[in-house]
Ligand binder design. Structure first.
Ligand SMILES: [Zn+2]
Length: 245
């Protein structure tokens, strides 16, 4: 079975080198990973990963809502330069996080700029949204053709709205801890579901290299599906998601 980890922060591993992580993931069947930036200082490192692991590590360039205050003048032009340098790069992660900062601005403004660039350059957008339901409901019309609500932990109703607007829903292993896990995962149409490790920015650096394959097996069992069939579907979705249009 083949897998794509649609969200990892390779640049945040302190004790392991990227070469080992990528090799271990490959051995576990994870043939590609989307490496998401959170700060501008990540961008050049991600460019290095994309160069060192062609076809295996896809960079996503953006500013995570936790770090928008660190942005420096001209960040948008520099982000644009990275998108032009890497035609396969995604945009993100970007969004709104009301646990970290309850003020919508400037998070909202920064997110909108990411969405505009994703539309302009026809790139998938990785959205981080926490306690941001009403905000998201005002964003649908500005989303590019492909976007994902990553490491989804919101309500079922919001997920359905996102899907209706063409969005993908991605789950990380943390979904297994939710009381409504089965219901939440079951609410995503088969062709819109993605999987990710989300490691290690908010998580554990020791996350297993086969975390995505393991998650696929657990979720397939939960949904009474064959793991091969479920994994093949998710792999196809992931390929469709990461492809610029
Ligand atoms: Zn992330």
């Amino acid at each position: 079975m083949q897998f794509i980890d649609t969200h990892i922060h390779l640049q945040d591993y302190k004790r392991k080198c990227a070469t080992d992580i990528v090799a271990a993931a490959q051995a576990a069947g994870v043939e590609k990973m989307v490496c998401a930036a959170v700060r501008e200082q990540d961008w050049e490192r991600l460019a290095g990963f994309a160069r060192d692991f062609p076809g295996k590590v896809l960079p996503a360039f953006g500013l995570h809502p936790w770090f928008v205050a660190e942005r420096k003048d001209g960040w948008e032009e520099r982000l644009e330069t990275f998108l032009l340098r890497f035609p396969q790069a995604l945009v993100g992660e970007a969004g709104l996080d009301r646990i970290r900062d309850e003020n919508a601005e400037p998070q909202n403004l920064i997110f909108r700029r990411h969405a505009e660039l994703a539309v302009k350059y026809r790139r998938p957008l990785i959205v981080h949204a926490v306690r941001a339901q009403s905000w998201l409901e005002n964003c649908w019309s500005d989303m590019p053709a492909k976007f994902v609500l990553h490491s989804y932990s919101g309500k079922k109703e919001l997920l359905k709205q996102a899907v209706k607007r063409g969005g993908y829903i991605s789950f990380s292993p943390s979904v297994l801890k939710y009381a409504d896990c089965r219901e939440l995962v079951g609410a995503v149409p088969a062709e819109r579901l993605l999987l990710e490790t989300d490691g290690p920015f908010r998580g554990d650096e020791n996350i297993a290299s086969d975390a995505v394959p393991q998650l696929a097996c657990r979720l397939a069992a939960m949904l009474s599906l064959e793991p091969e069939e479920f994994s093949a579907r998710v792999y196809q979705n992931s390929l469709e998601f990461i492809t610029p249009w």
